[in-house]
Ligand binder design. Structure first.
Ligand code: BGP
Length: 471
């Protein structure tokens, strides 16, 4: 059946013409070649060298899914599986091994090649600049804690705009900037593994500043595309309508969502959050002119990563006043009885959350242009679903995608400005400390056979779905 014929097939959920169908990935998680091509070390290379036991099965970032070598074949496969767009990140330490200074030409050529290959395949490259991968040399001077790193980030961003801006028209400054704050400074799942709320606040603030400064630079340099940020705006649901539960959810929302969403889209910080920071004595160091700069440089486009809801309730016990300060001073996590779970990842599945996010953006954030930049299901031991022909029958993933897309469809009917859906992820990749435990891809990667690819059932389903414009 041709594409044109497929488009006329009856479907129950039809998506608009030109909807951005694709997938997302990040440099550290797919490239491998961590010590090759002149790349400098980043915090993942370093952390793995010092504490390999923190990574599932002791698997580190050196090889990951070998995209550095196999990008041509992988991009061909993306084309075959119906991709219209693909989001990847540039590895800062591949372009600038020390995070600043001289450009590594070999690294620059690699991304030229990837972008050219995508363009030739008719796949629009969406490029993200920062996906959890601080160059080690800059982490050694404090990483995002240090304001100097903001300037180095802006220089790196400017280099990318100048090198690739002729072909890349969709840019993102950061992916989930709250995660390095949580992982590195609050909950011990990213390097530098500190528990320090004051640093956490400063790190978050510098990321926000770096977002605004990179946007300013993009426009100053005459960028003629769109620039945005990707946020995991996990909705905060209260246990009940009890005012104290509701208040707990509003505070959680302010800490984890509005902390980045408000400055990125509205150019301002929510007073609910700044009042708490002020009262508790944790306001960040802000320099004159910063707030005006943040106000003047908001995003054109928002990427939404959605995996799970956040459920909270009013605190049930007085917190230990001497324990390190965390946002959990103000709420407890709530495990809703009967919640639907992805037990492999330990995350609740709540499909309507995706709709609630889109409606929130419509009602409270000027219906800013957005797309689902990540959504997906990580499953352990997928080999047991491999059938005779060698294909993994991941029907659960197809159901997961459909169940979320139904809500995206409903949001579109109700006026949401959502423009696309990217699955996390194209091919199985390295999930940070979880390494290759949970697999997310449309395509499986066999680590024992040098990363051999085989398309899963979901990959073929996606191809057909994009051809039909829905399902
Ligand atoms: C997001 C990240 C991705 C990816 C994904 C799945 O938070 O942007 O990098 O890893 O989550 O999560 P995980 O790999 O932890 O299972």
């Amino acid at each position: 059946m041709s594409k044109t014929e497929a488009k006329t097939e009856p479907v129950q959920y039809r998506f608009p013409e030109g909807f951005w169908w694709g997938s997302a990935a990040s440099a550290t998680q797919i490239e491998g070649a961590a010590d090759e091509g002149g790349k400098g070390k980043n915090i993942w290379d370093h952390w793995y060298e010092t504490e390999p036991n923190r990574f599932f099965d002791g698997t580190g970032p050196q090889k990951t899914s070998r995209f550095y070598e196999t990008y041509k074949e992988d991009i061909q496969l993306m084309k075959e599986l119906g991709h219209h767009s693909f989001r990847f990140s540039i590895s800062w330490s591949r372009l600038f091994p020390e995070g600043k200074g001289e450009l590594n030409q070999e690294g620059a050529s690699f991304y030229h090649n990837v972008i050219d290959e995508l363009t030739a395949a008719g796949i629009e490259p969406f490029v993200n600049l920062y996906h959890f991968d601080m160059p080690l040399a800059l982490q050694n001077i404090g990483g995002w804690e240090n304001r100097e790193v903001v300037s180095h980030f802006v220089s790196y961003a400017e280099t990318c705009f100048l090198l690739y801006g002729d072909r890349v028209k969709t840019w993102f400054t950061h992916n989930e900037p709250i995660v390095p704050v949580e992982g590195g400074y609050l909950y011990d799942f990213h390097y530098p593994n500190e528990i320090d709320f004051q640093k956490a606040v400063q790190v978050a603030y510098h990321e926000i500043l770096s977002n605004a400064k990179a946007i300013e630079a993009y426009r100053r340099l005459g960028g003629d595309g769109k620039i945005g940020i990707i946020l995991n705006v996990t909705p905060s649901y209260p246990r009940s309508r009890h005012p104290e539960d509701v208040k707990a959810s509003e505070i959680a929302d302010a800490f984890f969502n509005r902390s980045f969403l408000d400055p990125a889209v509205k150019g301002e910080f929510p007073s609910l959050l700044t009042d708490i920071l002020k009262e508790e004595g944790f306001l960040p160091d802000v320099k004159p002119g910063d707030l005006e700069l943040i106000k003047a440089n908001t995003v054109d486009l928002l990427g939404i990563n959605y995996y799970q809801p956040r459920r909270v309730k009013a605190k049930e016990h007085l917190p230990n006043p001497n324990a390190p300060f965390t946002p959990e001073r103000f709420f407890d996590h709530y495990e809703m009885p009967g919640r639907k779970m992805n037990r492999h990842r330990g995350w609740e599945i709540y499909e309507k959350g995706i709709y609630d996010i889109l409606m929130n953006l419509k009602d409270n954030y000027g219906n800013i242009e957005c797309f689902i930049s990540e959504n997906g299901m990580g499953v352990e031991g997928e080999e047991r679903f491999r059938g005779e022909g060698g294909m993994i029958h991941d029907d659960y993933r197809i159901e997961f995608i459909k169940d979320h897309l139904k809500w995206v469809h409903k949001a579109i009917q109700e006026g949401s400005n959502v423009k696309g859906y990217h699955l996390w992820t194209f091919m199985d990749n390295w999930s940070w400390t979880n390494a290759y435990k949970n697999r997310y891809g449309f395509v499986s990667v066999n680590l024992d056979k040098d990363g051999e690819r085989t398309v899963k059932k979901s990959g073929y389903w996606f191809k057909r779905m994009t051809e039909m414009g829905g399902f």
